[in-house]
Design a protein around this ligand. Structure first.
Ligand SMILES: Nc1ncnc2c1ncn2[C@@H]1O[C@H](COP(=O)(O)OP(=O)(O)OP(=O)(O)O)[C@@H](O)[C@H]1O
Length: 234
């Protein structure tokens, strides 16, 4: 069973009389980590939400051809949402929904708390964590039930170097363990560090999709070259 492929056909989203996304046609399949790049306001968040199935299209279609879409995919929002409970309770929540046994929950919580270096904070209210710690907790909560597919919206924006490196390591480990990841970033250096393949979105439209070496070093589109040079795209 797989949630993939997910296919968009001429997908459009309108808000306030404007098309903010689309028309976009693409297929999300395969393995690895896809980086979605583009200027502020290009529509990256909207595209991720469309792929996850939490934004209604104004036109076109999104087909989740796989099975069991909800259980096997997760979304990490740009501003991490943590429950007003302890760190341990935040990690336990998705496992309870999956009806995992108490023993299995305890083992996974210990494992993930160690991976995000919060093992000494398990009883602390999540609301008191720093921004970087909250983001790590939100990612761990998404990953703890071994989803097949995870979307992350700018997972390290506004974080310090150390938190960024820790989160990048988490994402690489999840990718290497077989989780399909799609994440947005406008940090080109981060894209180079993480991507197996990359998409450029400008003005609500996909301008290029390519394997990372090609995207970053030999892009086909002049617009991608301009974006990577640091030009302002409109
Ligand atoms: N509910 C809404 N009503 C009107 N405009 C909206 C709404 N939601 C988003 N937009 C606009 O749609 C465009 C795309 O938004 P989106 O958040 O998807 O872009 P983004 O690429 O993720 O941006 P950023 O990099 O700044 O997070 C933006 O210009 C935004 O202002």
């Amino acid at each position: 069973m797989s949630v993939l492929p997910i296919t968009l056909r001429d997908a459009c989203v309108r808000r306030g009389g404007h098309v903010i996304l689309g028309p976009v046609s693409l297929t999300l399949a395969g393995r690895g980590l896809t980086v979605l790049m583009g200027p502020n306001g290009a529509g990256k968040t909207t595209l991720l939400k469309v792929l996850h199935g939490i934004v209604r299209l104004s036109a076109g279609t999104v087909s989740h051809d796989g099975d069991d879409a909800r259980g096997a995919q997760a979304f990490v929002f740009q501003t991490p949402i943590v429950l007003r409970r302890s760190v341990a309770a935040n990690l336990a929540y998705p496992l309870k929904l999956q009806r995992r046994s108490r023993a299995e929950r305890a083992e996974r919580i210990r494992d993930w708390a160690a991976r995000i270096r919060l093992e000494d904070h398990l009883d602390q209210p999540a609301g008191r964590l720093s921004g970087g710690e909250r983001q790590k907790l939100a990612i761990a909560r998404a990953m703890i039930r071994d989803p097949e597919l995870v979307f992350l919206d700018e997972p390290t924006s506004n974080l310090d170097g150390r938190s960024t490196r820790e989160i990048e390591d988490l994402l690489k480990a999840a990718r290497d363990a077989g989780t399909r990841i799609v994440m947005s970033t406008h940090d080109i250096a981060q894209g180079r560090r993480l991507a197996d393949d990359a998409w450029l979105l400008v003005n609500g439209q996909i301008r290029e999709t390519a394997p990372a070496p090609q995207f970053f070093d030999q892009p086909a589109q002049p617009e991608t070259r301009a974006y990577l040079r640091g030009d302002i795209l409109e």
